[in-house]
Design a binder for this molecule. Sequence first.
Ligand code: SF4
Ligand code: SF4
Length: 98
Amino acid sequence: MNIRCRKINCKFNHAGTCHAREVHVCRGAYCATYQKDQRKLDLELASELAPTKPNNVPLSCTVCACLYNHDCRCAANGIAVVDNEVSNHADCATFIER
Ligand code: SF4
Ligand code: SF4
């Protein structure tokens, strides 16, 4: 799965690309793999740093309410993950309610 992610204080985020071994999106449509890296600042990612290469991260998702979810698999071509500043979660922005 190609994952573009704007949660740049995550230890797995390199310039907007997710480098986790695998990602799990859980109920509530947020990334449960997120781990805050204390050395990284909560800065907005500059658009010129947006990734251009596919990263093909294994993804599992248990958000049954999402249109793209089929038997705990995400059928989207890729997902975008954004920073939810209220909850401090990394939310799947590709989520569409059934
Ligand atoms: S928040 Fe999730 S999708 Fe984003 S870089 Fe971290 S592990 Fe990957
Ligand atoms: S698009 Fe839907 S099925 Fe895919 S990871 Fe996001 S919430 Fe899960």
